[in-house]
Design a protein around this ligand. Structure first.
Ligand SMILES: C[S@@+](CC[C@H](N)C(=O)[O-])C[C@H]1O[C@@H](n2cnc3c(N)ncnc32)[C@H](O)[C@@H]1O
Length: 227
């Protein structure tokens, strides 16, 4: 069990809801409780690192999104022409994501599922894009990269984004600090014979609803699998 801490874990969206429930760990039940504790956890806007990396891709294909939360990124991807499979641990989050996709008119382009990731990937299916933003699974960033890499089709792209350990928000919250990672470290899981890897720390600022500036330091791993 990770350290108990109440936090306002605003993601890249820069939302400003305050957390009623402490986030004790990153397990399925903990996420489910957190989503049930308030009507919306995230802002509904896509994450900027996703937009930055994917916007310019002119030939969208199939995409797997892991840790889709309330669906903002999946809806944005579907709007860009991707056919999306979106996975999350929380049924409450997935129900909101489904409603969000309906409202945006892209529900038929997204399959939402709470299937365990390992089980989902056993069949060996591959996608042209595999993304995971701020998922911070219990097993860690490296596990995530190792698990997702085989799901990327030849010529496809893997995008894994998380809080960098020097992110001020993560540094303030022991549970997030434990889950934060450096992209270059987790990129070690990828063979350079098979992958062209970009591992960076990206700094950006957002403004919260109450007008405060928030500095972000994101760990961004973007890797292209050779064809
Ligand atoms: C910090 S939230 C980020 C949600 C979304 N990607 C965003 O940026 O708004 C992390 C999400 O990952 C989900 N999650 C954590 N571990 C997971 C796992 N092993 N498989 C699928 N989803 C997971 C949680 O339920 C939660 O919705």
């Amino acid at each position: 069990m990770m350290h108990a801490h109440t936090h306002d874990h605003d993601t890249a969206h820069g939302h400003a809801h305050s957390s009623a429930e402490p986030m004790r760990d990153f397990s399925r039940s903990s996420w489910e409780e957190r989503y049930q504790s308030r009507p919306a956890v995230w802002s509904g806007q896509p994450n900027q690192p996703l937009v930055d990396e994917i916007e310019h891709i002119t030939e969208p294909g199939t995409a797997l999104e892991v840790g889709c939360g309330e669906g903002a990124d999946a809806v944005w991807l579907a709007g860009q022409g991707w056919l999306v499979t979106a996975v999350d641990l929380s049924r409450t989050a997935l129900a909101r994501a489904t409603a969000h996709a309906d409202e945006a008119g892209v529900a038929q382009h997204i399959t939402f599922t709470d299937t365990d990731l390992t089980a989902l990937l056993t069949a060996g299916e591959t996608w042209n894009l595999v993304t995971s933003l701020y998922t911070h699974p219990e097993q860690g960033g490296r596990w995530l990269v190792e698990t997702l890499a085989p799901a990327v089709a030849p010529g496809g792209m893997l995008l894994v984004v998380g809080h960098h350990p020097t992110d001020p928000h993560a540094a303030d919250h022991p549970d997030l600090r434990d889950a934060a990672f450096d992209a270059a470290d987790v990129a070690d899981a990828l063979s350079r014979d098979e992958w062209e890897v970009s591992a960076t720390v990206r700094e950006r600022t957002t403004r919260t609803a109450d007008g405060h500036e928030r500095l972000w330091r994101d760990a961004v791993l973007a890797a292209r699998r050779h064809s």
